[in-house]
Design a protein around this ligand. Structure first.
Ligand code: FAD
Length: 406
């Protein structure tokens, strides 16, 4: 009667318990989450939530009644501190312990911290949780000048939200372009233009020499070797996330950058699974080292793990996809542009060879689409995703010019 215990109360955990019941799992279900809120969507935290357009009720994934109805015991606001794999017991920080038949690690990731700046520095912000977003939102309402370190999707979305709130924004990025890990150079350059048009100062290839903090005023002085020195009253760090692997490491479960799992999300211990941002998968299509931080990945891995737990057939591998919203523009990416030989630009405003506005960038390998990146072009995204899924052969020249057939 030990059932399934899931550690972590986020997107992946929520999908796992829902899928298990859909797949007729009838054992006991327990979710342990160290945040106080029931599982919620993180994407709005850098978007609508910061702008006051979303609140906890609107971003909650499921209601308390839902978990009650499916018979999942929700133990929120308590952290799991260790796993004893031999006796199949999890210890919680409040001294409780819990036996499991099957354990699912869905512990997510946390922001990488900036070296030399203590986490409790006044007016320094990271963005991962509802609590972070609440604090940042309050600070933004009083701030005039915001510095963001890191031009990944979180940094770019915070910049867009802050500009829409009337805050001056400067971004410092060591790479020569924005969103290096999420989109290719063509789309990145459009996104850069959009931000510049909205008044963001983009400091690319920035060499930050020093960040001075005035503890009394709570202000920051950023000294660079490339873009001079400037003062700010708020600092957001968005330099990526690291998987929460400590519980797994402590229990002797195989880990790399994430908790290592096979195609069905099983770890080196057959009774333990890992799903979502904390995992590093040997992916059925993309092979080993597959680590994605996206809602789609968290949801799909939860479904895979649920199927493996009930002994059902594995769902077919799905095409990875991701979205980002900035100033009302929607970026959507499907597939991974790892190896391509041709890049095709389709745009909705005629301007040969360069994407200047709404449109899409297609990456092809051996006439097959491996990835498509779109800006305000939902049809291109949908068609591209289905081409990737179905391994459809395409002609690059026709793809660039002709109407897409859905
Ligand atoms: P999480 O949602 O992080 O959940 C993990 C939970 O486990 C957390 O509550 C954590 O506190 C808890 N936990 C950790 N350790 C323990 C422990 N020992 N005991 C108990 N609980 C523990 N993705 C997109 O696809 N599109 C977007 O536009 C997008 N925007 C984003 C914007 C922001 C600001 C952020 C932060 C993320 C965004 N993402 C986006 C990524 C997406 O939200 C994540 O990929 C997704 O939330 C991963 O789900 P998860 O369940 O693996 O992890």
């Amino acid at each position: 009667n030990r059932g399934v215990v899931v550690l972590g109360g986020g997107q992946a955990a929520c999908q796992l318990v829902a899928s298990l019941r859909q797949m007729k799992y009838d054992g006991t279900l327990t979710m342990i989450g160290d945040e106080h809120a029931l599982p919620y969507q993180r994407p709005p935290l850098s978007k609508g939530f910061l702008k006051g357009e979303a609140d906890i009720a609107s971003i909650s994934l499921r209601t308390a009644e839902f978990y009650q109805k499916i018979g999942c015991e929700m133990r929120m606001g308590v952290r799991a501190v260790s796993i004893n794999r031999e006796s199949q017991i999890v210890e919680l920080e409040n001294g409780d312990s819990l036996g499991y038949e099957c354990l699912v690690l869905a512990t997510g990731a946390r922001p990488k911290t900036y070296p030399g700046l203590p986490i409790e520095t006044k007016n320094l912000h990271y963005l991962r949780t509802l609590a972070h977003a609440g604090q940042l939102s309050e600070s933004l309402s009083k701030a005039k000048k915001l510095a963001i370190i890191g031009a990944g999707y979180v940094g770019m979305e915070v910049a867009a939200s802050a500009r829409q709130l009337g805050v001056e924004v400067s971004i410092f990025e060591t790479a020569p372009r924005v969103m290096l890990r999420s989109v290719g150079p063509q789309l990145a350059s459009i996104i850069q233009d959009i931000h510049t048009r909205h008044g963001v100062r983009l400091n690319l290839s920035a060499e930050i020499k020093e960040i001075k903090h005035d503890a009394l005023k709570g202000s920051f002085t950023i000294v660079t070797g490339t873009h001079g020195t400037d003062d700010f009253d708020l600092l957001v760090i968005g330099i990526g996330a690291q998987a929460n692997t400590e519980l797994a490491v402590g229990a002797g479960i195989g880990c790399g950058y994430g908790i290592l799992v096979d195609a069905s999300c099983r770890t080196s211990d057959p009774a333990v699974f890992a799903i979502g941002d904390c995992s590093e998968q040997n992916h059925p299509i993309y092979g080993p080292g597959f680590r994605l931080e996206s809602v789609q990945n968290a949801v799909d891995q939860a479904k895979c793990a649920a199927a493996a737990i009930v002994g059902g057939p594995q769902p077919p591998p799905s095409v990875p996809w991701f979205w980002s919203d900035q100033y009302g523009h929607r970026v959507q990416v499907a597939g991974l542009p790892r190896h391509h030989d041709v890049c095709v630009i389709r745009e909705q405003t005629a301007n040969e060879g360069a994407l200047t506005n709404a449109g899409s960038v297609w990456y092809l390998k051996d006439r097959k689409v491996v990835s498509v990146e779109t800006l305000d072009a939902p049809k291109d995204f949908m068609v591209g995703r289905s081409y990737i899924k179905n391994n459809t052969e395409v002609d690059a020249e026709r793809l660039a010019k002709e109407e897409l057939l859905a």
